[in-house]
Design a protein around this ligand. Structure first.
Ligand SMILES: [Zn+2]
Length: 147
């Protein structure tokens, strides 16, 4: 599920990876923040707020991240709002645009030479650019979106 969370963030969706201890806590948080729960736990699906439709939850069927992604995109009809490169993959914060000059000392020289667009996470200060890793992930996502 960790990989699924990162992919959703890569697409630009505000995605929390819940690390708390109790289901009730997660449900309360999802209700308060108007979130959809993605879970592999059938117990969650039996909760009253989920069963009666007040809280939306999706029971993830597969162990495999690509299939999980496909299921979530189908269930939530996500493909039309694809906004990659907008949320930190690690901490789910909206990224801020940075100029080349601003990141000069924070990225490797070869990156500085070849990339012109950068984003920074205001929380962990990680710098993002459209490098090879990002491209590989995006290609995979596009493939998934097209089915
Ligand atoms: Zn971050």
């Amino acid at each position: 599920m960790g990989k699924l969370a990162k992919w959703l963030r890569l697409m630009g969706y505000d995605t929390l990876f819940f690390k708390g201890s109790s289901d009730s806590q997660m449900i309360a948080m999802a209700m308060a923040e108007n979130r959809v729960i993605l879970t592999r736990d059938t117990q969650i699906m039996r909760r009253r707020v989920v069963a009666n439709g007040r809280l939306k939850a999706i029971l993830i069927q597969s162990d495999e991240p690509e299939r999980q992604m496909r299921q979530v995109m189908d269930a939530l009809r996500l493909d039309c709002q694809f906004q990659p490169f907008s949320i930190c993959l690690e901490c789910n914060q909206p990224l801020l645009e940075r100029s080349r000059e601003q990141v000069k000392d924070q990225v490797p020289p070869y990156v500085f030479q070849t990339q012109s667009q950068y984003m920074e996470c205001p929380a962990c200060h990680r710098i993002y650019w459209r490098g090879t890793h990002w491209q590989a992930m995006t290609r995979k996502l596009e493939h998934l979106v097209k089915g």
